[in-house]
Each structure stands twice: as structure tokens, then as C-alpha cells.
Design a protein around this ligand. Structure first.
Ligand code: GDP
Ligand code: IMO
Ligand code: MG
Length: 423
């Protein structure tokens, strides 16, 4: 099947950007199909780092077209900023980047509302990225959203935006927050609109034509399965469904057309923002892993929380997405540890409990059951063959593959595109 999807199987930041860029070398199309610029995906080519929030990774490859399909919500300012960075790098976006008219817009009042709700929640705040994700998706669901489609008719857009902004300003007022200046924002939006309109095209037809011609399509998942709107310990979620079903709803490709589902698993765990994290580490060990791994948010710069690999949670991710290939990332970061723990299950009040049985209150209380592996001292970042990895490292990988019942495609041992260990 020439259509494949890449999903993060944990709480985000698994290294999806690197892997999508790598796999996109052979892809005709790479598609972002859900989420917004709460995503931060990093691609390292040689000594150069590139950060993507909305534009699909893999756009650098000569023959790969980059599509933002209908499930994505777009902050025009962020998109245009990202386009400008690529244009500065002399990348011609014409006939390369395509944006669905069905994409909903993240508008200025959504960002203000996100921040206002977070501030009002006080000690119960969720730790959102404050990019307006929840409010923009809730407007979509309540038929109050504005889409890229609406930008085509400026008078109509002005009327709809003004109507929505007036209502949102009333809500912002109740929070004691400054309202948005409607005419100033409209001026900005008009300018941004002129930049993106040349790239607007029906991505549904493009994707389905490509599938019919057996072109290679790579779907770039954002966030992580543990942040899925339905399957997370709600409300510690993001605004979109991160499970593989979103490929269908967010791009229009029928699910039976999808082949490999490739799950990305970081060799340990990280999480940004609030919410339970059963295997969380604190103190010097967490700090050391964070520093070595550069575990700071690509979008917000926040320090990521760190934990041991949680295979109880990842097993759930494999099941719900029918993952058939794994890529393990950041294994190099674990070099030098005396021992490495892996969570193989949870107990609550002395009884076995599964990830899927837990609401956020239970998940905050579960006790991880650990299997302990001896560590390895060697720097493995220069190794390219599985047989050359230290025995302890191979044992760790073999256990993960066996426990999850999914074959490991390859292992990433560095941020750079080519730092990979083949099996
Ligand atoms: P994403 O959101 O899943 O695309 O991940 P992020 O880009 O937010 O965070 C992953 C970070 O780890 C980035 O800084 C990557 O450059 C880096 N990275 C990815 N894979 C590896 C790896 O195997 N080893 C190391 N050391 N860094 C990696
Ligand atoms: P990538 O694609 C890590 C988290 C936020 C917060 C929660 C809700 O880079 O892996 P939101 O702004 O989405 O309403 O915040 O979701 N979150 C992510 N954490 N990586 C991401 O994306 C994330 N996208 C959302 O930190 O806890
Ligand atoms: Mg990220």
C-alpha cells in the first residue's frame, strides 16, 4: 500500500519530524492532516535545524509535495512566517505547498480565549500551548468557525469575523482581558490572506488522485496518542483526535487505502504541560536526561517533564492504531545510565489496571510495574548497524519489540537525518 502514516505513540515530541523528513525522501506527497501550530517538529539536515509547526516536514525533498489538508487548523500569521523562512532558504513553494479550503482558522480571539481560560483555571490549569487550539476547534464544532474557504469573499469574511469577534470580546471582558481590536485584526488578516490564497487547492482530490495512481503518500501525525481528544485522560488532551482514524476525517483518504501505520516511540517518556505521567522522574536523573536530550518544547520552549518508557501506555497506542512498524528514537540519550527501567503495567490499590481503564484521577495514582535493564556506557550515536550496538542496548530494543508484538523498522540515535541504526 503506498500510503503510510507516522504517529507519535506517547505524549508528543517523539521525534516525528525527523522520521517524517527521512521517510519523505521517497514520498510523492507528505500531508499534515490534524492539529495546528501547537505541534513543533524538528528536522536536522547536516548542521542546520529547521522547525515546523504547520508546514509538513519533508518539504525539502525535490519531488515531494506538501499538503495541509482539511483537519488542520491554521493560524495564518504562523503559516506565513513559516513560508517566509522557507522562501529565504530559496525553496520555491509554487506547485509544492497546497492548503485545503476546508481548514478552519485560528483567529486572534481564539489565542486570547485560550490564555484567558488557562489563567482563570489557576492551579488547575492544563498547560496548553496557548496557541488557541481548544477554542478554535470548539468553534468548529459549534458552527462558529471561519475557514480558509471564507477568506475568498472578503466582505463576507469581514461580516462573519466581526460578528464572532464581538461575541468573543464580551467573553474576554468577563475574564477581565483586553478585547481584540476588530479593525486592526481585519487589516492584518487581509494582508495574510493575500499571501496564502495562491496555495489554496482542494487537497481531497489531490490525495485521492494520488492514491488511485499508487503514488506514495506519507501522513504526518502531530502530537501523540496520549493527547487524543477522546482517548487521553481528559481534560489533559489536545483539541484533535491524534489516532490514525484522523487520516480519514482529516484528509479524505478512505481508511482501507492506508497501508503501514508507523509508530514513533521515544526510548524514554516526555510530556509538556499538566496531566498525569505515571513513570515521571524527578530530581537529578530527570534533569540529566532533559539536558542530554534537549527536552525543551519546540513550540513553547517549556522544560519537558521526563519519565521512563511506559510500555503499558504504548501498548494501548499500538492497539488502537493497529501499528505495524515501530521506530525507536533518542536511544543515544540513554547511554551512560547504570540501569534503565521500563514500565510493563500499572497497579492501583494493589490491583492490575490498564491505561484504558483510567481517568485522569486514576492515572495520577497508578503504580508502574518496572522491569529493570542494565545500562550501557558507550556513545552509540555513531553506530549504524544493529549488530554493532552494545548487548544491553540490543536486549532493551528486543524487549520493546517483543512486548509490543510489533517489528522495529529502525532506531534513531541522533537528531541528524542520517543518524539511524538499521535492523
Ligand atoms: P516531534 O514533535 O515528535 O517532531 O519532536 P520534536 O522535534 O518536538 O522533539 C524531538 C527532538 O529530539 C528534536 O530536537 C529532534 O531534533 C531531536 N531528535 C529526534 N530524534 C533524535 C535522536 O534519535 N537522538 C537525539 N539525540 N535527538 C533526536
Ligand atoms: P508535537 O506534534 C507535546 C500538549 C500541550 C498541553 C496539551 C494541550 O510537537 O508532538 P493545546 O495547546 O494542544 O491545547 O495543549 O497538549 N501538546 C503537545 N505536547 N508535543 C506536541 O506536539 C503537543 N501538542 C499539544 O503541551 O499539555
Ligand atoms: Mg514537538
Amino acid at each position: 500500500m503506498p500510503a503510510e502514516s507516522v504517529l507519535g505513540l506517547q505524549w508528543g515530541d517523539e521525534g516525528k519530524g525527523k522520521i517524517v523528513d527521512l521517510l519523505a525522501q521517497k514520498a510523492d506527497y507528505v500531508v499534515r492532516y490534524h492539529g495546528g501550530n501547537n505541534a513543533g517538529h524538528t528536522v536536522v539536515v547536516g548542521s542546520k535545524k529547521h522547525f515546523f509547526h504547520l508546514i509538513p516536514c519533508g518539504i525539502f525533498h525535490k519531488n515531494t509535495k506538501a499538503l495541509i489538508s482539511n483537519g488542520v487548523i491554521i493560524d495564518l500569521e504562523v503559516l506565513v512566517r513559516e513560508m517566509d523562512i522557507l522562501l529565504k532558504e530559496k525553496l520555491n513553494l509554487k506547485n509544492k505547498l497546497f492548503i485545503s479550503p476546508r481548514c478552519h482558522l485560528i483567529l486572534p480571539y481564539h489565542k486570547n480565549l485560550d490564555a484567558a481560560y488557562e489563567n482563570a483555571r489557576g492551579r488547575n490549569k492544563l498547560g496548553t500551548t496557548k496557541r488557541g487550539i481548544g477554542p478554535a476547534y470548539s468553534d468548529k464544532v459549534s458552527y462558529n468557525g471561519l475557514r480558509v474557504y471564507d477568506l475568498a469573499d472578503w466582505n463576507d469574511f469581514t461580516e462573519k469575523f466581526t460578528f464572532q469577534a464581538k461575541i468573543k470580546n464580551k467573553i474576554l471582558k468577563t475574564f477581565g482581558v483586553k478585547p481584540v481590536n476588530i479593525s486592526v485584526e481585519l487589516k492584518k488578516l487581509k494582508k495574510l490572506r493575500s499571501r496564502i490564497m495562491p496555495f489554496v487547492k482542494d487537497t481531497f482530490e489531490m490525495i485521492n488522485d494520488a492514491a488511485a495512481k499508487r503514488k506514495r503518500i506519507l501522513f504526518e501525525g502531530a502530537h501523540g496518542i496520549m493527547l487524543d481528544l477522546d482517548w487521553s485522560p481528559y481534560p489533559f488532551a489536545t483539541g484533535s483526535n491524534t489516532v490514525v482514524g484522523s487520516v480519514n476525517t482529516g484528509s479524505g483518504l478512505a481508511y482501507r487505502q492506508l497501508g503501514n501505520v508507523i509508530g514513533i516511540v521515544k526510548a524514554f517518556t516526555s510530556r509538556v504541560g499538566g496531566g498525569p505521567l505515571p513513570t515521571e522522574l524527578h530530581g537529578r536523573l530527570a534533569d540529566a536526561i532533559r539536558e542530554r536530550g534537549g527536552e525543551y518544547g519546540t513550540t513553547t520552549g517549556r522544560a519537558r517533564r521526563i519519565g521512563w518508557l511506559d510500555l503499558e501506555a504504548v501498548r494501548f497506542s499500538c492497539k488502537i492504531n493497529n501499528v505495524n512498524e515501530l521506530v525507536i528514537t533518542k536511544l543515544d540519550i540513554l547511554s551512560g545510565l547504570l540501569e534503565i527501567k521500563v514500565c510493563t503495567g500499572y497497579t492501583l490499590n494493589g490491583r492490575k489496571i490498564h491505561y484504558s481503564d483510567c481517568g485522569y484521577k486514576e492515572l495520577a495514582k497508578v503504580k508502574p510495574v518496572y522491569k529493570i535493564f542494565p545500562g550501557w556506557i558507550e556513545d552509540i550515536s555513531g553506530i549504524r548497524k544493529f549488530s554493532k550496538l552494545p548487548k544491553e542496548c540490543r536486549d532493551y530494543l528486543n524487549f520493546i519489540g517483543k512486548f509490543l508484538g510489533v517489528k522495529i523498522k529502525f532506531v534513531s540515535v541522533g537528531a541528524e537525518r542520517n543518524a539511524n541504526v538499521k535492523f
